[in-house]
Design a protein around this ligand. Sequence first.
Ligand code: NAD
Ligand code: MG
Length: 392
Amino acid sequence: MRRVTIFGATGSIGENTVDLIARRPEAYEVVALTGGRNVARLARQAMALRARLAVTCHPECHADLREALAGTGIETAAGPDALIEAADRPADWVMSGIVGAAGLAPGFRALRHGSTLALANKESLVTAGPLLMAEARAHGATILPVDSEHSAVFQGLVGEDIAAVERIVITASGGAFRDWPLERLADATLAEASTHPNWAMGQRITIDSASMFNKSLELIETREFFGVEPSRIEVVIHPESLVHALVGFRDGALMAHLGPPDMRHAIGYALNWPERADLPVARLDLAAIGQLNFHAPDPRRYPALALARQVMETRGLAGAAFNAAKECALDAFIAGRIGFTDMARVVEAALDSLAGDPGLGIPAENLDTVFAMDHLARVRAGEAVRALTART
Ligand code: NAD
Ligand code: MG
């Protein structure tokens, strides 16, 4: 029996993970599931998978969770400390499926126990890549990428020498507004930004796909996970979202990974690694698909990409600052305080204001340094939001 824990079980990644685990109940022992305010869903999942522990990150939701699981024998807990305690319970395989910087601490802690960490939470690598990779090495833990692009690259590298890699190309759908006239972007609404042409995902990553902040995070994630120079990492728009990534080798070969836009492939690959197992994903009918399209991203439409290049240049704590400023800008957009195109302005202003701070390019010593930069960047981004709202 494989012991598994799922952080962010109630989210989009979490539900896909639960789906795969539930198909083979005899193979897994579920140590812990965590979620947020959706305690009814969390309780349902915990009962279906016979989990030992269910944790909500919100203390004020604990009573509801306890009530929903009364008489089942499933333990309950709440709050950020309870997430760390859940990470301390021995598990062989841990899904890091929380959204945002909040996913860093529990995943990081799980590495201490030598678990295999299936990493959907890209923010962990963006904010603390070198620390996370070093922690895994120190404890003999394994990190497996679950972002579809990074899983695709990982699969393309099996049996290959990373020194022979000339380039890595990650694809982007272009998001909700890829065909909109540029001048309309400023007026894009929350509802319009919250739809994705190909993937069904959580709201935050869906909006980040429209602004290309998601791909910006993924550029940094690629750099941190695979250790390749930023100049070797490319982004190409591929509207069909069927080619997830390509790996180019020194002999000119370009290996592509194709599959339907279904996260159960990348999650299932990480769950069964190093083996492959049957997965309930559709098989592509290439003749029916007919054609695949690619084009270069327009820097005016997607200013987030240039910001990510700048962050990769600075390194150190710049990733933590970038992510935190982005989260703050996204919160402000969701709250209706700023417009869609203001998000990149806010992030740029926060990074500019931190550029004078000598700490930005310094490698993070520990997670506390990362959290301190995260906090500072949110303050600066908050100031930028206020400056923008004062003007309008
Ligand atoms: P989601 O919003 O659907 O779910 C997020 C989960 O995290 C929920 O269980 C929620 O309760 C929990 N959560 C939210 N805030 C929390 C906090 N402060 N503390 C503890 N738990 C908290 O998000 P998602 O789309 O499943 O994305 C999860 C992660 O996976 C993100 O990092 C995202 O970038 C990455 N990812 C998602 C997809 C996808 O298809 N959804 C694809 C690739 C990568
Ligand atoms: Mg992705």
